[in-house]
Design a protein around this ligand. Structure first.
Ligand code: C2E
Ligand code: MG
Ligand code: MG
Length: 745
């Protein structure tokens, strides 16, 4: 009987639940058996594809891609075994479940079936259709599970590949290690290498890290806690890598460690990026030297070691003398080049042994990471704090001579002229030194003290060095408490203005006043000489001047009706302006605001600027004076005679008054030179048609000499000291000689 070959279709390709039916390729040369089996399987929901022999089976398999194959073992050639082998070689045939139908008790066939690649066998009988169908279902489920497992393994190894994460298991009892493909890649084992031995894997750890890793393992084993660490890897190709390892021990029921498993990740690139960030954060881009941040960190570590070893340290604070001048006159390119050259000279002058603040000494782990740095780190013995400030750290000091020697070397090295951009620049430095443990035991105080010592060198003209002394500290502390006190003084309204009258000699009339600052501190009045410098240094001079201008204008407004009542004209008042304000801030704006706010005429307020200051930066001064001239506020040159102004300069400046310095007035009667200078000043002022005021007039003799030579207006203790606003009013009433005119009229 020859039954046609077909695919036995159940009514539709879909099963009752709407899913696609699974296809089974049924291969049997016995048509009856095939028909019965086929019908039984179709009834149980299978889509059956039939084949009556091996050759057809292979064709059908290729065309239909069945999910499972049922294969009769005994058929004319190619028999079931041969067909099975061939299916295994077809695309998609490698893993398809193949159930081999064998005769009852045919043990030999069973064995051959497995050899040929069958998944399982089933004893042929006509009544077992239900069993056969269930067996096929089981095979299918097993095949699916296997596929899913494979897929998830593939996903895992793909994820591992992407993350450069390898896994490994070390079995203590078997004394073996199993590793994933990615482990091989990370640790530098070729995929062809046979499974690495424990020793082989261990020897990939960089030699300098092995001791540390071994002790981490011992610790982990004792504590039973998971471990995370980074270590260097020495790869077979000679390259170095940084790996991050996470590992956990396994224990048996008795609590004995049976193995260690974990993951390993290649973090070389991350570490390089971190190093790069660290470099950017810690090194100065202009000179390549470590910056302040790095210095503080490294110096902290060096200090900690020095404390343990009781070894002395010296911290040098260097500042390039007159660097601002170099920058301003020769340009920033030259300035930058000078800083680079100074950095290089410092760097090359300090011997290796002069210091220990070096990166390389920070332990094996750091050393490994350095080996993968794209660029070797600059030496950290010398650091640039910013601007033209550098530091040098000296260690291994045996005696004071060591420092002397280094200092001489440094000073000499810097002194060699620098040629850049066609200029020959002569550079000197001021160097301050602080010593550990003598001057302090923390970074901050040593830096601060070295800075103070450097400042002392600057004050003496630079180009030299100086060790810190306690007296410097006292001076600075006094300055600080002064600054803090001044800050409070502003907040608590402790500043007051006193007014000193200016007198017209001929009539004895008050023709104006000068506002002079006082600080009412704890019941005593502090003179400006004691605090103006400090206020300038800490910038408090700006709010103080603002206050003085506003207060003077307010006082002028309060006084205005008083002068009216006394039938006097307005009383011009002069305010002293600090040199700092000439370069900074909107001085003219401040003055205008104070005047407008109090409704005071511009010509009534006078600005006093010291001569020395004016001469220091003529360009700035000239512009500023012109602005005041435009505003209509008169200018007086204070302390005249001390600043060596030339006549030529004076002629070009828009000034109104000259105040003869009180030092000349004081010596007027006793010193012919002083008298000659005063005479010259008076003659010059008259020639330039400038107002004249003589300061510090204490005696009638001085007054008379001044008057004789043509100085009409004087100011001094002879008439009155600076007085509070109330006393000033009383004083005016007491003299009864105030007159209704301004000094210029
Ligand atoms: P200055 O502007 O030259 O002020 C004149 C100084 O001479 C005042 O000292 C005054 O008290 C003092 N004096 C006046 N007559 C005589 C005298 O007959 N004999 C002697 N020996 N001295 C006399 P003071 O008030 O101590 O002020 C000192 C300096 O402080 C002022 O010199 C001025 O440069 C500065 N100053 C005062 N007030 C201010 C201010 O508000 N702002 C700023 N920036 N500086 C101020
Ligand atoms: Mg003055
Ligand atoms: Mg003066």
């Amino acid at each position: 009987m020859n039954l046609p070959l077909r695919a036995v279709e159940a009514p539709a390709e879909r099963d009752g639940a709407g899913g696609v039916r699974d296809a089974v390729l049924l291969v049997d040369d016995d048509p009856v058996m095939r028909m019965l089996t086929s019908a039984a399987l179709a009834e149980r929901g299978w889509r059956v594809v039939e084949a009556d022999g091996g050759a057809v089976a292979l064709e059908r398999f290729a065309a239909e891609c069945p999910q499972v194959v049922v294969l009769d073992a005994l058929m004319p050639p190619p028999d079931g075994f041969a067909t099975c082998e061939r299916i295994r070689r077809l695309p998609g045939g490698q893993h398809v479940p193949i159930l081999m139908l064998t005769g009852l008790d045919d043990e030999q066939s069973v064995a051959r079936a497995y050899e040929a690649g069958a998944t399982d066998f089933f004893v042929k009988s006509s009544g077992q259709w239900m069993l056969l169908s269930e067996r096929l279902r089981y095979l299918l489920r097993a095949a699916h599970t296997r596929e899913e497992l494979l897929a998830s393994q593939e996903k895992l190894s793909k994820a591992q590949r992407i993350a450069r994460l390898g896994s490994w298991e070390w079995d203590f009892r078997q004394r073996s290690i199993r590793v994933s493909d990615e482990f091989r890649a990370v640790a530098g084992f070729g995929s062809q290498d046979r499974a690495p031995s424990i020793w082989g894997a261990w020897s990939r750890i960089a030699p300098e890290d092995r001791g540390r890793v071994a002790s981490l393992l011992r610790d982990g084993l004792r504590r039973g806690t998971p471990m995370t660490f980074e270590c260097g890897l020495a790869c077979a190709d000679g390259g170095g890598k940084i790996a991050r390892v996470e590992a956990e021990f396994e224990y048996d029921a008795a609590g004995r460690a049976t193995g260690l498993h974990g993951v390993i990740q290649d973090v070389t690139e991350r570490r390089q990026a971190e190093d790069q960030i660290r470099r950017l954060a810690n090194y100065d881009s202009l000179t390549g030297l470590p910056n302040r941040r790095f210095l503080v960190e490294e110096f902290g570590a060096t200090l900690a070691r020095a404390k343990v070893e009781e070894a002395p340290l010296a911290l040098l604070f260097l500042d390039v003398d007159r660097f601002k001048q170099i920058n301003d006159t020769l340009g920033h390119d030259v300035g930058d080049q000078v800083l680079r050259e100074v950095a290089w000279r410092l760097h090359s002058t300090i011997r290796e042994t002069d210091t220990v603040a070096r990166v390389a000494s920070r332990g094996a782990r750091r050393a490994r990471s350095d080996s993968v740095r794209p660029e070797a780190p600059p030496d950290s013995r010398v650091a640039r704090l910013g601007g033209d400030e550098f530091t040098v750290l000296l260690t291994n000091l045996f005696c004071a001579d060591d420092i002397d020697r280094v200092m001489r070397r440094l000073i000499d090295a810097i002194r060699v002229p620098i040629d850049c951009f066609g200029h020959t620049v002569h550079v000197t430095t001021s160097i301050g030194i602080a010593m550990f443990p003598r001057d302090g035991d923390d970074v901050d105080s040593l830096l601060r003290k070295a800075d103070m010592a450097m400042y002392e060198v600057k004050k003496r003209g630079g180009g030299s060095w100086q060790a810190f002394e306690e007296s410097m500290n006292t001076a600075v502390k006094t300055r600080w408490s002064l600054e803090a006190g001044l800050r409070r003084a502003l907040e608590r309204d402790e500043l007051v203005l006193h007014y000193q009258p200016k007198i017209e000699v001929a009539t004895g009339a008050v023709v104006g006043a000068e506002a002079l600052l006082r600080w009412r501190r704890d019941g005593e009045l502090v003179a400006p000489a004691e605090f103006i410098r400090a206020a300038e240094d800490c910038n408090l001079i700006v709010p103080i001047t603002e206050w003085a201008l506003a207060e003077t204008c307010r006082q002028m407004r309060m006084w205005a009706p008083e002068w009216d009542r006394r039938h006097m004209g307005a009383m011009p008042v002069a305010v002293n302006i600090s040199p700092i304000l000439l370069q900074r801030g909107n001085l003219v704006g401040l003055v205008r605001a104070a005047l407008e706010h109090n409704g005071v005429a511009r010509s009534q307020l006078e600005i006093e600027i010291t001569e020395t200051v004016l001469m220091r930066d003529l360009k700035v001064a000239k512009d500023l004076l012109h602005e005041f001239r435009e505003l209509g506020v008169p200018i007086a040159i204070d302390d005249f005679g001390t600043g060596y102004s030339s006549l030529a300069y004076l002629r070009r400046l828009p000034i109104d008054t000259i105040k003869i310095d009180r030092s000349f007035v004081a010596e007027l009667e006793s010193d012919d030179d002083a008298a000659a200078i005063v005479a010259a000043i008076i003659a010059m002022a008259q020639a330039l048609k400038l107002q004249l005021v003589a300061e510090g007039v204490e005696t009638e003799g001085q007054r008379d000499m001044l008057a004789q030579q043509g100085c009409r207006i004087v100011q001094g203790f002879l008439y009155a000291p600076p007085l509070s606003a109330d006393r000033f009013l009383q004083w005016v009433d007491g003299t009864g000689t105030a007159r209704a005119s301004a000094p210029r009229s």
